[in-house]
Design a protein around this ligand. Structure first.
Ligand code: ACO
Length: 331
């Protein structure tokens, strides 16, 4: 069974409820239909009920009737949501009128349903930029108790298995933090190892990437990665992690042994933690395009409940897969 099939099989067993705030969009509706047909999760669609019903007919979707619809214009949870928003955001100066307006916005309704316990997770972003999806989630669902930073990991499924764990590598942060400090980078490393174990089903060996391997170059950017590696070891003493190291030293055995002799990670890493978002985002896109890898994610980690952001170029199957992953994260 491949990775996605096993993630879907688990989603089927646990039968979580996932909210899709872009419920009027064609790709979301087609994905929801498939998710319900395959019994991967229970679905809440946010959107105008009439538009959803018309689209259901137009695209001959046979299973959407089983989804719950939350229409922002008639929102039956409005007062509870206003009260919740006022409670969560009162220190930030949110007024009643502003809270009222937010309860009409689908990208706020998703995280609100999660916070109220009416959904186990949210998937959106097929029609919106990452920041617009993440901001309401950060404000309402917030970070998990032992976490101060949310980051985005990609499960990279490679055709060539030479430099990976049976064709699988986990990359982070490729989606959220433009320039994490050493503490944040350490947290990202620990969280990514957890994602590798829980979602990808592999025993993580984490390489902290840099343009330097074990002091081959001196720069404040290298020092950041060194300090983050030490902090991550303090946060989780059992974590198999090493750095700083270059990408080739991380995944090519002969180069790893030459540049970082004695390292148990060098040459064998299956989790690659990038020093900043420039390198992480560029890195995953290059591997996706040049190596023809499937890039699954970003899987957001560090949030108090699973909220995941799609790429605007996503396919129906990408939405289905991310819903299955989100359901797995909700366990
Ligand atoms: N983790 C947890 N909480 C966060 C994070 C984070 N990484 N970043 C911001 N927050 C919280 C803040 O604490 C704040 O909470 P508060 O209002 O309760 O105080 C709230 O979110 C808003 O914070 P701002 O700093 O005002 O948020 P801002 O809008 O500036 O930035 C954002 C957040 C949108 C995630 C920004 O960092 C960003 O745009 N990142 C890049 C996203 C991106 O474009 N990625 C590349 C594309 S994705 C892809 O290709 C797969």
């Amino acid at each position: 069974m491949n990775l996605i099939d096993s993630i879907k099989a688990k989603a089927k067993l646990i039968n979580k409820t996932i909210v899709l705030p872009e419920g009027e969009a064609e790709r979301t509706l087609k994905a929801a239909d498939k998710i319900i047909e395959e019994q991967l999760a229970k679905i809440i669609l946010v959107g105008d009920e009439n538009i959803i019903k018309m689209a259901t007919k137009k695209f001959s979707l046979n299973h959407i009737a089983e989804a719950e619809i939350l229409d922002p214009s008639t929102n039956k949870y409005r007062q509870k949501m206003i009260d919740l928003l006022m409670e969560i955001r009162k220190e930030k100066g949110l007024t009643y009128d502003e809270a009222f307006e937010l309860t009409k916005q689908p990208l706020y309704l998703g995280p609100l349903l999660v916070k109220m316990g009416l959904a186990d997770g949210e998937v959106s972003g097929a029609e919106h930029a990452t920041g617009d999806v993440l901001r309401p989630a950060f404000q309402i669902v917030k970070t998990a108790p032992n976490s101060s930073v949310v980051s985005g990991a990609f499960l990279m499924i490679l055709k060539d298995t030479t430099y990976s764990e049976d064709g699988l590598l986990v990359f982070a942060d490729c989606a959220v933090n433009p320039d994490p400090n050493e503490q944040q980078l350490a947290e990202i490393a620990v969280a990514t190892a957890e994602t590798a174990r829980k979602i990808a089903g592999i025993e993580p060996r984490v390489a902290m990437l840099s343009f330097s391997t074990k002091g081959s170059a001196q720069h404040s950017a290298v020092d950041k990665v060194k300090k983050a590696t030490a902090l991550a070891k303090l946060m989780n003493p059992n974590l198999q992690i090493d750095g700083e190291m270059q990408a080739d030293a991380a995944i090519v055995n002969a180069i790893g042994q030459k540049k970082a002799p004695g390292s148990k990670i060098a040459g064998h890493a299956n989790v690659l933690v990038f020093p900043d978002l420039n390198s992480g985002n560029i890195g995953y896109k290059l591997v996706e395009r040049l190596a023809g890898a499937d890039a699954i994610g970003p899987v957001l980690q560090g949030m108090a409940a699973p909220i995941n952001d799609l790429s605007r170029g996503c396919s129906v199957d990408d939405i289905v897969n991310l819903v299955a992953i989100t359901a797995n994260q909700a366990v």
